[in-house]
Design a protein around this ligand. Structure first.
Ligand code: AMP
Length: 221
């Protein structure tokens, strides 16, 4: 399977769609945000530093992100194809990623932008809940993503929590970071002719759109 890069503003559904593709096609799901949150959980000075940057809605420095990413990409499950959720997020990262791909002997694959209105994103951000145990993503304002019980995971009964940066203030900062730092990445891949767009307003329609791209004649190996 071709590797997939998902580019989208905060809370557009990258994580949810990546999980669906993982379950259906056995992709490895690499969420750079999750790798960083794991670092925060470990505590220590580095974890604290990362936590503050994430709360401010800014990008964590490239050296920290690259180290976490390269180590994750070297794991065996990535050999069958992987989904990058939340990387590259700046032009510098897009260029650095090309060097990483050369070293790991991997192809760029497909670059897909998730399109969605800002108003919907605000709702998704404030309503998002995640399972502490298995990472399943819910949304208390959505009929199809609402958990059956308010505080516990439908799959494993783990406790649900709200991400520290899922509030309106952090959202606005993350959204601005997306516009200023990540929009140039979209233009960069567009100019290379490798970019696709999928409307991410409805989960099932977005998944069907992704599958159509994945299995189009141009993209079958
Ligand atoms: P996400 O889980 O994708 O919403 O990311 C949460 C936060 O993690 C972002 O707001 C950034 O602070 C940080 N982050 C995630 N991916 C990257 C990246 N590629 N480069 C730098 N910081 C990142």
């Amino acid at each position: 399977m071709k590797n997939i890069i998902l580019i989208a503003p905060p809370a557009a559904g990258k994580g949810t769609l990546a999980s669906l593709l993982k379950a259906k096609y056995n992709y490895a799901h690499i969420s750079v945000g999750d790798l960083l949150r794991d670092e925060v959980k470990k505590g220590g000075e580095l974890g604290q530093k990362i936590h503050q940057i994430m709360l401010a809605g800014k990008l964590v420095s490239n050296d920290i992100v690259s180290e976490a990413l390269v180590s994750r990409l070297s794991e065996p499950d990535c050999k069958n194809g992987y989904i990058l959720d939340g990387y590259p997020r700046s032009l510098e990262q897009a260029i650095e990623y090309e060097e990483v791909l050369k070293k790991l002997n991997q192809d760029l694959g497909l670059v897909i932008v998730l399109d969605i209105d800002k108003e919907i994103l605000i709702n998704r951000t404030t309503g998002r809940r995640m399972c502490k145990e298995c990472g399943t993503i819910y949304n208390i304002y959505s009929t199809d993503l609402k958990p059956k019980k308010e505080d516990s995971c439908d799959k494993c009964e783990g406790e649900l929590y709200q991400r520290a940066d899922d509030n309106i203030e952090s959202f606005e900062k993350r959204y601005q970071t997306f516009l200023t730092q990540t929009t140039p990445v979209i233009d960069y891949y567009d100019n290379k002719g490798v970019l696709y767009h999928v409307d991410s307003t409805e989960k099932e329609i977005a998944l069907a759109g992704l599958e159509k791209i994945l299995f189009s004649e141009d993209n079958i190996d």
